[in-house]
Write a protein that binds this ligand. Structure first.
Ligand code: HEC
Length: 316
């Protein structure tokens, strides 16, 4: 115990640095790889977390005795935001969120592991770890230069690593093939479907099914980035933001063209047809969606959602 507490006194800021790194990389993974949209509250937390990944690295490198005093204002404010966000998500004490009325909802549960681990929960744990570790460092006082041999390659590696990561991220986001990888599989899939219908000798139920599955998969990806924030990851709807699209009569009754026209136009809150008093922005706020992409989303709306009844049926 003695030795552990001595180790902790010496290493707590390194633990804080590791926590800031895990949080920063995890947050970038969720938005850039998994395609989850950060809400306004999420952005406030990112603004407070990302600098810590660098600040802690530079402070450790310089062995700056003031480092805890620089870190705590960020981590405590972040802790406040994350706590508020988590309570907003899981309880009713704050009622409807006021922070994210337009755009991405603050209460969309992108993940909900074990029923309680959501993204704000992970942020809370991150800020709490950094706060506690920094408080320990503050309490331990200035490091003893003889005992605490510096390991400069670690923070230097952290800084260079983050810079490389940012560069790789930019290169990835701007890669020229992006548009084609999104659209061509859809075009190819419908062309293949067409082909199999037109020429009976090449027609095979299998290739038709593959094309349909590819179309639905492309639609699913696009739905998650363009529509899920308001209509829910499973189309279950988000209270006060967007209605349910599973078992939706309008979706069932309309033709693909009618649905596409509806989504393109959106529906203003003042529109007489509006049922919820909440607006749907034209193209769901994504004017960049091509017609192909829209049709893929619509195909996904028809076939993609696994409803509780269906999954129960599968289990039987
Ligand atoms: C910013 C939030 C938001 C986004 C993003 C959004 N919608 Fe909507 N959507 C709404 C709201 C709100 C309504 C309900 C309007 C009303 O009350 O009549 C709606 C209604 C709909 C309806 C009609 C449902 C019905 O029963 O009348 C469809 C279909 C639909 N959206 C599809 C989509 C698709 C597809 C996307 C993605 C491309 C999308 N929406 C993106 C907010 C959104």
């Amino acid at each position: 115990m003695e030795r552990f507490s001595a180790w902790l006194d010496r290493s707590s800021l390194w633990v804080a640095l590791a926590a800031a790194w895990v949080a920063t990389l995890g947050s970038l993974y969720f938005s850039e790889v998994a395609g989850f949209l950060p809400c306004t509250l999420c952005w406030y937390q990112r603004i407070l977390m990302y600098p810590l990944a660098l600040l802690l690295a530079v402070g450790l490198l310089r062995r700056d005795p003031h480092l805890p005093a620089l870190v705590l204002p960020f981590s405590l404010t972040g802790l406040g935001f994350a706590t508020y966000h988590y309570l907003l998500e899981k309880t009713d004490i704050f009622g409807q969120p006021t922070a994210c009325q337009a755009g991405v909802s603050c209460v969309t549960a992108w993940i909900n592991w074990f029923g309680f681990i959501t993204i704000p929960f992970l942020a809370l744990v991150g800020f709490l770890t950094i706060t506690v570790m920094t408080a320990i460092a503050l309490n331990a006082g200035e490091p003893d230069p003889d005992v605490d041999a510096p390991a400069p390659w670690l923070p230097v590696g952290a800084i260079v690593g983050l810079a490389l990561l940012a560069y790789a991220g930019l290169a990835w986001a701007n890669r020229p093939v992006q548009a084609t990888t999104l659209i061509f599989p859809i075009a190819d899939a419908s062309a293949a479907a067409q082909q199999s219908r037109l020429s009976p000798e090449t027609a095979s139920p299998a290739s038709e099914a593959t094309a349909q599955a590819e179309l639905a998969a492309a639609g699913a990806r696009l739905y998650q980035t363009a529509c899920a924030a308001c209509h829910g990851a499973e189309g279950e709807g988000v209270a006060g933001i967007g209605n349910a699209l599973v078992h939706n009569e309008f979706v069932h009754a309309a033709t693909d063209a009618e649905l596409a026209a509806f989504v393109r136009a959106g529906r203003a809150a003042a529109d007489p047809a509006n049922q919820s008093g909440v607006a749907m922005p034209p193209s769901g706020g994504r004017p960049d969606l091509t017609d192909h992409e829209l049709l893929a989303i619509i195909h996904f709306l028809r076939v993609g959602f696994i409803t509780p009844a269906e999954s129960a049926g599968e289990a039987d």
